[in-house]
Write a protein that binds this ligand. Structure first.
Ligand code: GBH
Length: 466
């Protein structure tokens, strides 16, 4: 903890955007309220054996009812921005028909934020697809593109007068590859071909909605996409190790980034996945131009790098369930680990941001998610001394600072997460919050990491640790 708070201050740029993030299905609850329709996560988490301890997001943090108390807490912590997502099935219960009652919830939330001078950073899609649309093929069907665009327009019509910061889709990698390929996220399919097709439709939906949003944009509005990056670290030297890292980086990172930047799909990745099929047929004339619309900033979600090694047979299936990945394995993470067992390697964040600065030609970057899960204990005084989380955040902020010094145009940092919440397949067993939630009583307790973060924001600086 001392390490996190000691040393000289490393200052951040003026107007740096500080805040915390959540996502609708992870915090809202109120699953059957306000006319909300079922999402793929309601259905998936209701199936046996999908979620740790059989939990669902039906109640989660009850943010749907407690948003006002939660916004007051954000104000107390001095958070200048709140990144949240809109639940498509709340706004369109059947995926197509607008519910004013659903929109009203977000109108109230945004009112509350504006009232407290907290900048809303709105994500349109953080994985909770209306089940009605999944029943019609979901992200495997090209028709999803028009549905998503209509949904984006409906939300923009309702909130565009007050929300300046818009993100189309959060982590298409997870939604497509983990949902349609690896089967560990909703809707739970294990079809590599479907995963690649779904990925293309996510990107196309991003591009199509982006164009529609721009046509109605108001002065000062900014549009973005948030991608999750995991830099590939080869566990040895030489061309075979470099090749293993290239494959993982290609499919995990560049496959989603390059089309968004207008570079098209990376040709090496297209070769790697050609044997799977589906993708080439899904790509139609003009799609890559559509995906290539200009974004004002790129959301960078970063947690950990991935260690990789080559297999003797370049066609041998990988232990990593990404579509078509062959000839390489993912290795166990190296300590120090978080409570979730994820690697803590802040230097990978510096390298990632500097690489992005170069690879994107200098577009503005916002770290839209970064954080860590640890087992938190409330002590006798009712305090949560989550020094490990404080250290994780402090070290990653130093990593961001160092990337900025190296020339990367990083404009903000949004910690994941404001609240302990429904951690997808891990249920409530992994706590990422800077605020503790007792899921029995819904009581919120500010953790030490939140107090540390409040000081960072107040000073616009992080202690050097030395
Ligand atoms: C983010 O995804 C999400 O946006 C957020 O909702 C979530 O709560 C947060 O992370 C914490 O998990 O071996 O294939 O399972 C992070 C992206 C993707 C990182 C899956 C960990 C594990 C790879 N995650 N990845 S896999």
């Amino acid at each position: 903890f001392d390490k996190a708070t000691k040393g000289d201050l490393l200052g951040f740029p003026r107007d740096f955007l500080w805040g915390a993030a959540t996502a609708s299905y992870q915090v809202e609850g109120g699953a059957a309220e306000g006319g909300r329709g079922p999402s793929i996560w309601d259905i998936f988490s209701g199936q046996e054996g999908k979620i740790h301890d059989g939990k669902t997001g039906a109640v989660a943090c009850d943010h749907f009812h407690r948003y006002s108390e939660d916004v007051a807490l954000m104000a107390e912590l001095g958070l200048p921005a709140y990144r949240f997502s809109v639940a498509w099935p709340r706004v369109m219960p059947d995926g197509r028909t607008v519910s004013q009652e659903g929109l009203d919830y977000y109108r109230r939330l945004v009112d509350e934020l504006c009232d407290k001078n907290i900048e809303p950073v709105l994500t349109l899609y953080h994985w909770d697809l209306p089940q009605a649309l999944e029943d019609q093929g979901g992200w495997r069907s090209r028709r999803i593109v028009e549905c998503f665009t209509n949904y984006a327009m409906a939300v923009h019509d309702a909130l565009g007068d007050r929300v300046r910061q818009w993100t189309t889709i959060n982590e298409p990698f997870c939604s497509a590859f983990l949902g349609y390929g690896a089967g560990i996220h909703a809707p739970g399919h294990t079809d590599p071909e479907a995963a690649l097709v779904a990925a293309h439709h996510h990107l196309l939906a991003h591009g199509t909605a982006l164009r529609a949003l721009r046509s109605r944009a108001r002065e000062g509005q900014q549009f973005s996409i948030a991608l999750n990056f995991s830099p590939a670290l080869a566990d040895g030297y030489g061309p075979r190790y470099a090749e293993a890292a290239r494959k993982f980086d290609g499919l995990h990172n560049r496959f989603f980034l390059d089309p968004v930047l207008g570079k098209g799909y990376p040709s090496d990745v297209l070769e790697d996945v050609a044997h799977v099929g589906g993708l080439a047929e899904a790509i139609q004339d003009g799609d890559l131009e559509t995906i290539a619309g200009t974004i004002d900033w790129l959301g960078v979600n970063y947690y950990a790098p991935t260690r990789v090694k080559p297999l003797d047979d370049p066609h041998a299936p990988s232990n990593c369930p990404l579509p078509g990945l062959r000839g390489m394995d993912v290795l166990p993470p190296r300590p120090p680990l978080t409570g979730f067992g994820w690697e803590q390697t802040p230097s990978s964040l510096t390298e990632l941001l500097r690489w992005l600065n170069w690879h994107t030609g200098g577009i503005p970057l916002i770290v839209a998610e970064n954080g860590a899960a640890f087992e938190d204990k409330i002590d006798a005084e009712g305090r949560i001394r989550d020094d490990e989380r404080t250290n994780y955040i402090a070290e990653h902020l130093r990593a961001v600072h160092s990337a900025i010094e190296g020339g990367a145009d990083v404009r903000g940092y949004l910690v994941w997460s404001l609240l302990d919440n429904f951690e997808w397949s891990m249920g409530y067993s992994q706590r990422f919050g800077i605020v503790h939630v007792d899921f029995e009583t819904q009581r919120r307790t500010v953790k030490d990491s939140a107090l540390f973060y409040r000081d960072v924001i107040a000073r616009n600086a992080v202690p050097s640790g030395r």
